[in-house]
Write a protein that binds this ligand. Structure first.
Ligand SMILES: CCCCCCCCCC(=O)SCCNC(=O)CCNC(=O)[C@H](O)C(C)(C)COP(=O)(O)OP(=O)(O)OC[C@H]1O[C@@H](n2cnc3c(N)ncnc32)[C@H](O)[C@@H]1OP(=O)(O)O
Length: 249
């Protein structure tokens, strides 16, 4: 299940050579080389909850689109091979650390109260409900996003910062899928029409070009039938070494 964004935290493996104290980790039990955590007791290595699966808050439109992309996804055969389908659903956890091998355990000791911004509202449907599908061959992603009532900006409509967060997340997911750990260096957004709270929208993103460590990505947010343009954006992501990040870089 973690295969989709597996590349995202390829760099976390380099984290395993850092003594935890250098990485700024305060917890006493973290004062060992993280390399020792590769062989985890099985009770600590269970799969984390995947927040991109349907829940009772999803609208019929959200479910319809989820089904539409799900049936175009690759499937794993009994022999372990991947067959058919151009798309893959990207899993979504409440901490990005959880994509790493042993990350579920690491997330309990590294700033254990930290939560991914888009997954920190527990009440289903109140905040960011979304699922991202990726087409790696075509270097693009589609996100189905349902904006909950806690994302209000102008009365009855989504806060521009919430829209920016989702654009950053979807463009960042594409950049990470294509090249491993990345950071947003630049994000330009044009807000064309407000998004009503509770509505479901599509966030479509694709790679424009790449240059060394740089990935230039564009994005648009539209109504699900494509008739209304809500937002347009471009983003620049730079590949990074995770150990640089953990050392405060
Ligand atoms: C888990 C599920 C998926 C979740 C996805 C969520 C995605 C969310 C991603 C984020 O929100 S990340 C958080 C917001 N971003 C930051 O906090 C980044 C802060 N900035 C940095 O850490 C550094 O500035 C950065 C890593 C982006 C770049 O520093 P580096 O030292 O690696 O690069 P450097 O400054 O040497 O620049 C390398 C090249 O990039 C260019 N560059 C850097 N920043 C730029 C910029 N802002 N605009 C344009 N070009 C830029 C720079 O000119 C240079 O070009 P050249 O190689 O052609 O000379």
């Amino acid at each position: 299940m973690t295969r989709g964004l597996g590349g995202l935290f390829r760099g976390v493996q380099s984290l395993t050579s850092l003594p935890a104290t250098r990485a700024g980790l305060g917890h006493p039990s973290a004062c060992v080389s993280l390399r020792t955590m590769v062989a985890l007791p099985s009770f600590l290595s269970f799969e984390p909850r995947d927040f991109s699966l349907p829940n009772s808050s999803w609208s019929s439109e959200m479910l319809r689109l989820y089904e539409q992309y799900s049936i175009q996804c690759e499937v794993e055969t009994e022999g372990g091979e991947n067959r058919g389908g151009q798309w893959q659903r990207l899993p979504s956890y409440n901490r990005s650390l959880k994509y790493a091998t042993g990350g579920n355990y690491l997330s309990k000791i590294i700033q254990s109260k930290a939560r991914l911004f888009t997954r920190n509202i527990r009440d289903p449907g109140a905040g960011f409900e979304y699922v991202v599908f990726a087409n790696k061959e075509e270097k693009r992603c589609v996100c189905i996003f349902q904006a909950g009532h806690r994302l209000e900006g102008p009365p009855g409509h989504v806060h521009g910062g919430a829209t920016a967060t989702m654009i950053d997340t979807v463009t960042g997911s594409l950049a990470a899928l294509l090249s491993g750990p990345v950071m947003t260096a630049n994000l330009n957004i044009n807000y064309r029409s407000a998004i009503p709270l509770g509505s479901t929208v599509l966030i479509e993103t694709s790679l424009d070009s790449e240059e060394g460590r740089k990935k230039f990505i564009s994005c648009k947010v539209t109504s699900t039938d494509g008739s209304k343009l809500h937002t347009e954006a471009t983003a620049l992501f730079l590949s990074i070494n995770i150990s640089h990040l953990l050392q405060g870089g």
